[in-house]
Design a protein around this ligand. Structure first.
Ligand SMILES: [Zn+2]
Length: 78
């Protein structure tokens, strides 16, 4: 029988926010401190981030507008 505590299944009674590292309840879906949306804890006890599609979409749109601006500013007349 292996008694090594590191090999036993981790008893998850808390998890940490990936952003500000405060302890959260194991079933918390959002960090009460910084507002980061979190998922279940990983093997290190750090909560996984939820994919923030709104922020992702916003960054893609911003990059597209910036690229269009670069094209307009430097390549339009050439
Ligand atoms: Zn946090």
């Amino acid at each position: 029988m292996d008694k090594n505590p590191l090999m036993q299944k981790r008893q998850v009674d808390s998890k940490k926010c990936p952003e500000c590292l405060v302890y959260l309840a194991p079933d918390a879906r959002e960090c009460f401190s910084c507002g980061t949306r979190v998922r279940e804890a990983d093997a290190m006890g750090i909560a996984r981030r939820r994919v923030n599609w709104k922020a992702y979409l916003y960054s893609v749109v911003t990059a597209a507008i910036f690229g269009l601006y670069l094209w307009w500013a430097f390549f339009k007349d050439s």
